[in-house]
Ligand binder design. Structure first.
Ligand SMILES: Nc1nc2c(c(=O)[nH]1)N[C@H]1C(S)=C(S)[C@@H](COP(=O)(O)O)O[C@H]1N2
Ligand SMILES: [Mo]
Length: 325
């Protein structure tokens, strides 16, 4: 439930004076917020760093914690929002924070196609107002070569997908990022087959651990993290969690993701975190926790299914995961 969200003003649209005033207002709210948190009534973790480095876009308050959240040290707001993979805004991890600053995330349309009873074009704003969409905080571990623990704010993807009434032929779900090279300069270059595309088997998509993210650390989702709507599948490698989703398609056949197209021997459909199966060019047995593990410290062991095996291993029973990587 969204209790408080200030007007959807992009930082770039605010004049300096307004930015200053907004910031004051924000710090006042943040102070209040931290006070409530220390009184023990609030579920949202508020670190002093988070309170001063948040952007001014708006904040979520009083949101309950979702199931399965991990009890590990959170990666700082600063690290989560300044070390990003978002090739539409450059291939260097420091670039999206700056290059995505002007990205327009309202109004935002989502096109729904394929094997379902309710295809069409939907406005994100309408979803945000519905009562089926109840936001929760999910403290998930996310992993690729590096890992982090992020208090995402999102809702179960299955609640959204059910609104479109998938039919019996809907065996998979395909997602596409917005295609808009004017706004996304990376799409002018043939780094990937744009738009960025990802897919899940329908049972993976319907699993309660698979969430749609609209915020993090109490903020609405920063652009560099995939605003206004991105996927988070915590037992899969980071690239499955597609950002800035503009299209959802129910299909009978397995979709082919952008990464599978670009390097079929390196990226498979499932992409489950699996320390026993190496990427052809690197081991995937260990990871470095962003902000905690130094460059010279020994990396920590990566867990099968990123530690979510109890919840998801049954989805793959009987499958050879070295073949279905
Ligand atoms: N549209 C789109 N989605 C994307 C990517 C991308 O380049 N474009 N990068 C993926 C990769 S490789 C990772 S590791 C995560 C990074 O998410 P974060 O920046 O929020 O940590 O986003 C994924 N989603
Ligand atoms: Mo990644």
């Amino acid at each position: 439930m969204l209790i408080k969200k200030s007007d959807d003003i992009l930082p770039s649209e605010i004049t300096d004076k307004n930015a200053y005033l907004n910031r004051r207002q924000f710090l006042k709210e943040a102070g209040l917020y931290a006070a409530v948190a220390s009184a023990g009534g609030l579920l949202l973790p508020v670190s002093s760093e988070a309170a001063v480095t948040h952007n001014e876009n708006g904040i979520y308050k009083d949101i309950a914690t979702g199931p399965y959240t991990v009890d590990e040290k959170l990666t700082s707001y600063k690290d989560v929002t300044s070390y990003n993979n978002f090739y539409e805004f450059g291939t260097q991890k420091g670039a999206p924070r700056f290059r995505a600053a002007e990205f327009k995330t309202r109004p935002w349309k989502i096109t729904v196609e394929g094997e379902c009873e309710k295809p069409g074009m939907y406005d994100l704003e309408d979803f945000l107002k519905t009562d089926w969409m109840e936001e929760r905080i999910y403290r998930f571990r996310c992993v690729e070569a590096w890992s982090m623990v992020v208090p995402w704010i999102g809702f179960e993807l299955n609640k959204m997908l059910k609104q479109f009434q998938p039919n019996s032929k809907a065996k998979y779900v395909e997602f596409e990022t917005l295609y808009d090279p004017k706004q996304m300069p990376g799409q002018e270059r043939a780094i990937l087959d744009w738009p960025y595309t990802e897919g899940l088997r329908i049972d993976e998509a319907m699993h309660p651990l698979t969430i749609m993210v609209v915020g993090l650390y109490g903020d609405i989702l920063p652009n560099q993290n995939g605003a206004p709507l991105r996927l988070m599948v915590p037992w899969k490698y980071g690239f499955k969690s597609i950002k800035s989703i503009a299209k959802i398609r129910f299909t009978e056949k397995a979709p082919v993701s952008s990464w599978m197209k670009s390097a079929p021997s390196e990226y498979g459909f499932y992409s489950n975190v699996n320390p026993n199966v190496a990427h052809p060019r690197w081991s995937q047995a260990r990871e470095r926790r962003l902000g905690e593990d130094g460059f010279f410290s020994r990396k920590r062991k990566t867990l099968m299914f990123n530690g979510y095996g109890e919840q998801v291993a049954s989805l793959y029973s009987g499958m050879d995961l070295s073949k279905h990587f």
